[in-house]
Ligand binder design. Structure first.
Ligand code: SF4
Length: 252
């Protein structure tokens, strides 16, 4: 019996196109599954995008949802008492990676939505995970992030609202992987979410700080984030089931 092929749908354009291509190539010969992890802190429009893509793909997407933390990154931060560590973010590890582990089967072939811009990251991933069968259809087809967005739009699907605002992906509102410019944008566009995360940092203290002063190398809080460039389009990896593992590649 052939192994399952598992597409991880992250509510981003690249993962949508990677899934579409995988179905076209393998659905006649393999059991192709599509999974998504529900995260409370993503923009609600991500769910609209998922539903639209189900129609485009003509397939249902299996939505996995953490119950221990209410699928809520803020609850995770309060529990683990940090927001980002040297080996990645605890939110994606707990709310995505651990969830996938409860569902996956030995031999599953994972479809990763890396684009051509991310070929190095894919190569590193393969090198570090030699026993994990993976495919990257976007790289095979030479497709970049902008290609994927255009393909989604050509399918008459509106991109997730976060893209429409100018963000680089449809990650959580206030993704811990973002830099200063990104967080200034979140402060402007989503003051409620920004305030909640600033409060969590105040509760936890410096272990939860995300940024460092470039001159002194001291960490500082969101509350201390000064004025400066606002960067909605700051490049940041989409949050997949594997971004925590992928992050280890460049954090190590
Ligand atoms: S998008 Fe960012 S904040 Fe949300 S789970 Fe992924 S790493 Fe954490």
């Amino acid at each position: 019996m052939s192994h399952r092929i598992v597409c991880q749908f992250s509510c981003g354009a690249a993962s949508a196109v990677a899934t579409k291509m995988t179905l076209a190539q393998y659905s006649a010969t393999h059991d192709v599954q599509i999974i998504n992890a529900f995260i409370k802190n993503e923009h609600p429009d991500n769910r609209r995008f998922l539903t639209d893509c189900e129609q485009w793909l003509a397939r249902e997407i299996t939505v996995l949802r953490d119950t221990k933390y209410g699928a809520d990154t803020v609850q995770v931060f309060r529990r683990v008492q940090f927001m980002k560590g040297p080996y990645g973010a605890p939110c994606t590890r707990i709310l995505k990676r651990k969830l996938l582990a409860t569902w996956e089967k030995r031999g599953d072939v994972l479809v990763l939505g890396y684009t051509v811009e991310e070929e190095d990251r894919f190569d590193d991933f393969v090198e570090r995970n030699p026993d994990r069968p993976v495919i990257a259809p976007l790289i095979e087809a030479g497709l970049g992030k902008e290609d994927c967005k255009a393909m989604v739009l050509r399918a008459s699907i509106r991109l997730p609202y976060m893209y429409e605002l100018g963000y680089d992906n449809a990650n959580c509102i206030g993704c811990v992987k973002g830099g200063e410019g990104y967080w200034r944008a979140i402060r402007e566009d989503f003051p409620v979410e920004f305030e909640e995360l600033a409060q969590v940092q105040e509760e936890i203290g410096p272990d939860a700080y995300l940024h460092r002063n470039r001159k002194t190398n001291e960490r500082f809080s969101l509350r201390e984030l000064g004025d400066g460039p606002v960067r909605r389009n700051e490049k940041m990896p989409s949050c997949s089931f594997f971004c925590e593992i992928a992050e280890q590649v460049y954090s190590a």
